[in-house]
Design a protein around this ligand. Structure first.
Ligand code: M6R
Length: 366
C-alpha cells in the first residue's frame, strides 16, 4: 500500500506530479483558453462581484490561503483576508451579506473551520469549500466548492493536499479574474500554459531528493531553523517551518525575510541554519541582500534557488535548484524541497514520520 516507499509521507510527496495533474484534468483546457469548474456555477456571479474575500483555515491549509491571498489580489484586484479559523470563530468578525468565504481543509472535518463557516453563513456570506475528502462535513456545509482530488492523504503531515489546494485556488482565481476582466487574455493564456507545465516542474524538483538527503544529514542536529521568504516565498517559508517541526521535532520559525531586522536576526550564529526561498522573482535582489546579512553574522544558509542561478551559490552554504516558473505558481514547486528536507531529517532521527507524536490527521475537537 506504500507503493514500494518506506513511508506514506514520501510516497505522497512523490505522487505530487500526478495529483496536480489529476486536479487539473477536465478543468484546464490550454488550447481553448478555458477553465471549467463544475463546483462553482450557481454562485459564480457572487464570487465575480464580491468586494471582499476571506480565507478561513488551519495549519497547512491556512498557508495555502496565504498564497491564495496574493494570487487573488494580484489577478482579481479584490481585497483578501486570511484568517485562522479558531480566531475568526471566537471573535466578532465583521461579515456582510455577499462576502465570499473560502474554507480550505484537506479533511473537510476540522472543527474550528466548520463552525467558523456555519456562523458566517448565518450572516449572509457565500461559502466555498476547498476540500480533499469527498462528502465530508465542510463541503456539505458550504454553498458550493471545488474538490482537490489529491486522493487519500495518510501521512499526518500534509504534502500533496497542499499543492492540490494551491492548484485549485489558482484555477479559481484565474477563472474569476478572466470573468471580471482584471486580467488580459494574453496573461491569462500564458498562466494557463504555465500551470499545465507545473506537474513536470514538480517532478524535476523531486529529482533533487538524493541531494536534499545529503543536506539533511549535514543539518539534522541543529536545534532550531529559520525559514525566510518574500512575497510568494513567505507562505512557503511558513510551510517549510511547520513541516520541520511536525516531522523532526526541531524548532523552526518562518518569517518574511525583511522582518529579520526587526528581531530574530539577534538569534543568528553558526548554530542556527536559515533556509531561504530565493527563487528568481520580483524580490530576488532583496532576498540576495537578506542572505548576505545572515552570512555576515556567521549564519549557515541553505537556499532554494532557480535553476542556473550563479549568484546565490557563491554565498550560500548549500543550494537546491528548482525549475523556473511564473512567480505566482512558484509555491507549488519551491515547497517540494522543504517537504523532502523535513522528511529526511525526520527519518534520519528515527522518528515516525507518518504519525508524529501528539498530532492527529484531522482535528475534530477544538
Ligand atoms: O484537514 P485540514 O486541512 O482542515 O487540517 C488543517 C490542519 O490541521 C493541518 O493542515 C495540519 O496543520 C497538518 N498536520 C499540517 O501538516
Amino acid at each position: 500500500e506504500k507503493g514500494g516507499y518506506d513511508h506514506f509521507m514520501i510516497k505522497e510527496i512523490h505522487e505530487q506530479p500526478n495529483t496536480i495533474r489529476d486536479c487539473l484534468r477536465g478543468r484546464l483546457d490550454v488550447e481553448a483558453g478555458r477553465i471549467t469548474l463544475g463546483g462553482i456555477r450557481e454562485y459564480a456571479a457572487n464570487l465575480n462581484n464580491t468586494d471582499r474575500i476571506v480565507f478561513v483555515a488551519c495549519g497547512t491549509s491556512w498557508h495555502a490561503g496565504l498564497v491564495a491571498e496574493y494570487v487573488f489580489e494580484e489577478l482579481c484586484r479584490v481585497p483578501v483576508e486570511v484568517e485562522y479559523a479558531s480566531e475568526f470563530r471566537y471573535r466578532n468578525p465583521v461579515i456582510r451579506e455577499g462576502d465570499v468565504i473560502f474554507a480550505v481543509s484537506q479533511s473537510g472535518e476540522t472543527a474550528d473551520t466548520l463552525v467558523a463557516i456555519e456562523g458566517a453563513k448565518e450572516k449572509g456570506a457565500i461559502i466555498f469549500g476547498i476540500c480533499n475528502v469527498v462528502g465530508s462535513s465542510i463541503p456539505r456545509a458550504s454553498h458550493e466548492g471545488v474538490y482537490t482530488h489529491a486522493g487519500p492523504e495518510i501521512g499526518v503531515a500534509s504534502t500533496k493536499a497542499f499543492t492540490a489546494q494551491l492548484t485549485v485556488l489558482t484555477l479559481i482565481a484565474l477563472k474569476s479574474a478572466h470573468e471580471r476582466g482584471t486580467i488580459d487574455d494574453k496573461r491569462f493564456r500564458e498562466l494557463l500554459a504555465e500551470l499545465y507545465r507545473i506537474p513536470e516542474k514538480v517532478k524535476q524538483a523531486l529529482d533533487m531528493d538524493e541531494h536534499i538527503r545529503k543536506i539533511a544529514g549535514k543539518y539534522k542536529d541543529a536545534h532550531s531553523f529559520l525559514f525566510l521568504g518574500r512575497r510568494y516565498g513567505f507562505p512557503v517559508a511558513l510551510e517549510g517551518a511547520l513541516k520541520l517541526k511536525e516531522i523532526s521535532y526541531i524548532h523552526a520559525e518562518g518569517y518574511p525575510a525583511a522582518e529579520m531586522k526587526h528581531g530574530h536576526i539577534a538569534l543568528v550564529d553558526e548554530n542556527l541554519p536559515s533556509v531561504f526561498i530565493a527563487t528568481r522573482d520580483s524580490s530576488y535582489e532583496k532576498i540576495v541582500s537578506n542572505i548576505q546579512e545572515i552570512k555576515a553574522r556567521g549564519g549557515k544558509v541553505i537556499a532554494v534557488v532557480s535553476e542556473g542561478d550563479d549568484v546565490i551559490p557563491q554565498m550560500a552554504d548549500d543550494v537546491i535548484e528548482v525549475p523556473e516558473t511564473d512567480e505566482l505558481l512558484m509555491p507549488m514547486v519551491s515547497v517540494i524541497p522543504l517537504q523532502l528536507l523535513s522528511y529526511h531529517i525526520g527519518t534520519m532521527k528515527g522518528y515516525n514520520v507518518d504519525q508524529p507524536r501528539n498530532l492527529a490527521k484531522s482535528v475534530t475537537v477544538e
